[in-house]
Design a protein around this ligand. Structure first.
Ligand code: RI2
Length: 327
């Protein structure tokens, strides 16, 4: 039996309800859960402890299906724990190792966002007008870092229906003194000729360089292409999806209709169906650069990142880190 404290359950529920959201943040929250399980586990032996981590991973992976940062973060931690399994003396030692690896993941994930900001800011010119969509810590890091270097950028932020996360972006940028114009998603084409660069985050990057991000990103990319406005994606390398290199498709999360229209009055009408996909896919031809913490790459180089970062995972068909057999 896994000892789930209320804190652990709350984090899982908050990821599902999107109280905790953003691909990077949910990966860090998942790592924190594994850290808490390691601290609270009452497992008497090494195998039982690993089984507890595995069960917890299963619970976490059910929360949100699209952002690959979540399974990649979990697999990173599980891999390190399993590597240590045969050389530890007892369950306390493996618990310590699991906790330390989870802490290490959280720290390196935060450092990656900062680094993306520094690297990405080099591609922003003084007085650029930028456009961003949804609420991405990585994209905000680039904008904020450019601003901190004295580049007097201005930003269009889309409100991002249906959950209006663009308002969070407007708030975050405004707190730094950055001028922001908040627009409805459908005004993107109206303003695109005033924009120098589009910068968005990612929930997953496929082996062919396609980027999965908040619904509406691919439409913005289309409009940017028409206006010859470059589109940059800011993303940590742990959002690259190794399974796409063996032909797996990224699952697009479809959320409840109530986020789009109230159940009473609209979505209860007999002939009305409400659809609410949370993400879409922007093909590589619409992406100019991908800014990662390891450097800037063209989307076509995504496969190299996957080989370098996740070579160990390739050809291991792991939809969840089921490492040891059920009892
Ligand atoms: P960071 C978000 O997904 C948005 O799609 C955003 O662009 C992406 O995660 C990356 O965010 P959601 O959780 O990791 O709001 O850059 O559905 O913060």
């Amino acid at each position: 039996m896994v000892t789930y404290t209320s804190e652990i359950r709350d984090i899982a529920t908050d990821i599902k309800s999107m109280k905790i959201r953003g691909a990077g943040k949910i990966a860090r929250a998942a790592a924190k859960v594994l850290l808490l399980v390691s601290q609270h586990s009452k497992a008497r032996n090494i195998d039982s402890f690993i089984r507890e981590l595995d069960k917890t991973a299963e619970l976490l992976l059910k929360t949100r299906p699209t952002a690959v940062s979540l399974p990649n973060g979990i697999k990173f931690i599980m891999k390190r724990v399993l590597e240590a399994k045969d050389s530890v003396r007892d369950v306390d030692e493996i618990r310590d190792i699991a906790g330390n690896v989870a802490r290490e993941f959280i720290k390196s994930s935060e450092a990656a966002v900062k680094k993306i900001g520094e690297i990405g800011a080099k591609r922003i010119d003084a007085s650029d007008v930028l456009l961003t969509h949804c609420n991405s810590q990585a994209a905000i890091a680039v904008i904020a870092s450019a601003w901190d270097q004295g580049k007097k950028v201005k930003v269009f932020a889309t409100e991002t229906r249906p959950r209006l996360q663009g308002r969070k972006t407007a708030r975050a940028l405004s707190r730094r003194g950055i001028p922001v114009t908040l627009i409805v998603d459908s005004a993107v084409r109206y303003f695109m000729n005033d924009v120098d660069k589009v910068i968005v985050g990612a929930d997953a990057v496929a082996a062919n360089g396609a980027v999965v991000n908040k619904i509406g990103t691919s439409t913005i990319a289309l409009v940017a292409k028409e206006a010859r406005t470059p589109l940059y994606v800011a993303t940590e390398t742990y959002k690259f999806d190794p399974e796409t290199s063996i032909g797996e498709l990224v699952t697009i999360e479809e959320r409840d209709s109530s986020e789009v229209a109230p159940k009473k009055g609209i979505s209860d009408l007999k002939t009305v169906t409400v659809r609410n996909p949370a993400f879409d896919i922007t093909p590589p031809e619409y992406i100019d650069l991908i800014i990662t913490e390891k450097g800037i790459i063209p989307p076509q180089a995504a496969i190299s990142v996957i080989q370098q970062e996740f070579g160990w995972m390739l050809f291991e068909k792991v939809t969840r880190p089921r490492i040891i057999e059920e009892e």
